[in-house]
Design a protein around this ligand. Structure first.
Ligand code: ADP
Ligand code: ZN
Length: 636
């Protein structure tokens, strides 16, 4: 007996194919088949009625048992992903499933000393009840240190009892151990995925997720594709984090994929954060559950703002005094400066022009090892004084990078134990863990880029300094105010998580910017209101679906030419939709590619129509590349 099925062939082809299959094969099975003159693997994505027409339908050869039958919702997710993000079914398959070999054994992580769940505080209990009985997708808006993780544990327990699996998504790899340990100490069937795993370990984790029901999967972005059966709950922790957006093709966003997966499985979706994304909050305002108190009744840290136009020191006298007092008291401090290297700008004192990387339109950064480095393409050159524009020996380094800050602090506090965490000192996961562990153990001051802002819970940190937030505030991008607010609030949240109230000292040249004022007052509603007013005016998300077309080429004219062609095509098809003129991208040149972009501001109701127009864009010439970003979170 045969039936007919639509197959996704594991080759880069634009469509699905119909084949005859035996009746005991099902959706999600992999089969081997002949395709043209060769053998290929196909995935059964749907059963179809007997096709009409005179042509002969081919039969597949046999079931491929090296690959397991995929859960039904993942099959549907693959098809949806391909249509939604305008990528071929195969790219979609590779993104969601990847190359799998059915390794022999799923290993479980080593046993740990078990810890009992805490009894929830009345506020936590109320939030937990609301989350378990409310709408399918909700926002858990809880201030830092309010015990969101413990809530996740209680919710997970609820779903495990129902024999349903749980996905816990985390933004950053260096956060995984903490939450991982938290969950491991409380549950048996936990598996973690992270970039530190070998391909074999990853396959084992994948098999564990597939075979263990119910289970808890903890991991970054890609864990959203875990092959669990009977999904009950997805938790997106630190939901505002940028790393939930994939930054290489296909450019998907975890929020969107998670929503779809929950729609397909009827699972619950919870976004946990202290600083919600403006667009998300706009959508989920009516489905928001709040935690307004820190545990141990410790109040949120108090802010002091130092205006650097009046007090220009790298470390203001007040910050210096508080650092000293904190060390004397045996407590710890953290200082955020989101600038790697020693000095972030090189320019010429004669002609005033910046000394930029030839491949990228970005100033070199001076590093302490006497190198000029481009933070885009990672090119590294020995220091020179000679200006490429005027030829004179006028180059000098200016601005303050984190290496210079370290030097200033070491001079001011020669006996303190000062540590630095950034991409240079913490390149790998284990380097990052080591720095954090030794800071916890014996450090006095930890300085770092935004890497230190994320989720760390270090009891004795009572003081946080924030420097150079202007670089975030003034980036050429509609979400810059929101990002500055998030960064300030997140890093401030590292202070005073134990029993002593923390203090945050913010040094800035723009103390009256609304993002800073709102952050200092812990007034998210104020930020939200002002942001919404301006975004409504300028038609940015949440008041449109933003789509970005980025075209780049080593020849500027070719890139601009092709983008203009696309622009003309879209203008003719989408007459009622605003499309910005083709312009150089804010980062005009990157790794030798000239970059141009245009933005389409699509009303929610016109997304499908716009995607249809995008599918028929003129063909991209060989020497040009085109990127469609259907939900940009940055437009650099
Ligand atoms: P958040 O994720 O909201 O920043 P955490 O979940 O890290 O906060 O909680 C802060 C600390 O409080 C953690 O050490 C956690 O173990 C502890 N905690 C959470 N809930 C309770 C509770 N109900 N009783 C006692 N301690 C708790
Ligand atoms: Zn470069």
């Amino acid at each position: 007996m045969t039936q007919f099925a639509s197959l996704l062939i594991l080759r880069d082809l634009p469509q699905y194919y119909t084949y005859a299959i035996p009746t005991d094969y099902a959706i999600g099975d992999h089969v081997t088949l002949s395709f043209g003159k060769t053998e290929a693997i196909g995935l059964i994505i749907a059963l179809t009625p007997r096709p009409r027409g005179p042509y002969k339908i081919k039969s597949c050869h046999e079931k491929n048992t090296k690959l397991p039958r995929l859960p039904r919702d993942l099959v549907d997710l693959i098809c949806w992903f391909s249509a939604y993000y305008l990528v071929s079914p195969y790219i979609s398959y590779m993104t969601i499933i990847g190359s799998r070999s059915w390794v022999s054994e799923a290993t479980l992580s080593p046993p740990v000393t078990p810890i009992d769940d805490y009894t929830l505080t009345p506020e936590q209990q109320q939030a937990c009840d609301a989350l378990l009985s409310g709408p399918q997708e909700q926002l858990l808006f809880g201030i830092t240190g309010s015990g969101k993780t413990e809530l996740y544990v209680h919710m997970a327990r609820h779903y495990l009892a129902l024999k349903k699996s749980i996905l816990v998504l985390l933004p950053e790899i260096n956060l995984t151990p903490q939450i991982q340990a938290y969950f491991m100490a409380r549950f048996d069937s936990v598996v973690t995925l992270h970039s530190g795993l070998t391909p074999k370990q990853r396959n084992q984790a994948w098999r564990y997720a597939y075979e263990t029901q119910p289970c808890i999967i903890i991991g970054p972005r890609s864990a959203i594709f875990s092959p669990v059966h009977a999904l009950g709950l997805i938790i997106i922790d630190e939901s505002h984090d940028q790393s939930y957006k994939q930054d290489t093709t296909p450019l998907y966003h975890v929020h969107t994929v998670a929503r779809k997966r929950c729609e397909l499985t009827q699972a619950r979706l919870i976004h946990g954060t202290a600083t919600p994304d403006i667009t998300l909050y706009h959508r989920l305002k009516a489905a928001t559950v709040r935690l307004n108190h820190r545990l141990h009744a410790t109040p949120l840290p108090r802010f002091t703002c130092i205006d650097t136009t009046e007090t220009p020191d790298i470390i203001s006298p007040y910050l210096a005094q508080r650092l000293d007092e904190t060390i004397q008291a045996g407590n710890k401090s953290m200082i955020l400066l989101n600038r790697r290297g020693y000095a972030p700008y090189i320019s010429c004192k004669f002609c005033n022009r910046p000394h930029c990387c030839e491949g990228c339109s970005l100033s070199y950064t001076y590093h302490q090892d006497r190198s000029f480095r481009c933070h885009r393409c990672l090119i590294q050159k020995p220091v020179t004084h000679r200006c490429t524009h005027c030829g004179k020996n006028g180059l000098y380094a200016k601005g303050i990078g984190i290496q210079k800050l370290a030097l200033v602090l070491k001079t001011a506090f020669p006996n303190a134990c000062i540590m630095r965490l950034d991409r240079d000192t913490g390149r790998t996961f284990s380097q990052q863990s080591k720095i954090l562990a030794s800071f916890r153990e014996s450090g006095d001051i930890l300085i770092g880029t935004q890497m230190i802002a994320k989720g760390h819970h270090i009891d004795r940190v009572t003081l946080v300094g924030i420097l150079g937030i202007e670089t975030v505030l003034n980036s050429p991008h509609f979400r810059c105010a929101e990002q500055a607010y998030q960064l300030i609030t997140q890093v401030a949240g590292r202070a005073g998580r134990g029993r002593i109230t923390g203090e945050v000292i913010l040094q800035t040249s723009q103390p009256d910017h609304y993002a800073i004022e709102s952050a200092l007052a812990y007034d998210y509603e104020q930020l939200y209101t002002i942001e919404c007013e301006s975004r409504q005016c300028l038609i940015y998300p949440p008041f449109c679906t933003l789509i970005r077309i980025l075209v780049y080429s080593e020849t500027a004219d070719l890139a601009l030419g092709h983008l203009t062609q696309c622009f003309t095509h879209l203008q003719a098809t989408l007459t009622d939709i605003p499309i910005s003129d083709p312009l150089p991208a804010p980062l005009e040149k990157n790794q030798n590619y000239y970059r141009y972009h245009c933005l389409i501001k699509v009303p929610e109701s016109a997304r499908d129509r716009t995607c249809t127009a995008l599918r028929s864009l003129p063909k991209c010439p060989k020497s040009v590349r085109r990127l469609l970003d259907l939900e940009p979170v940055t437009i650099i």
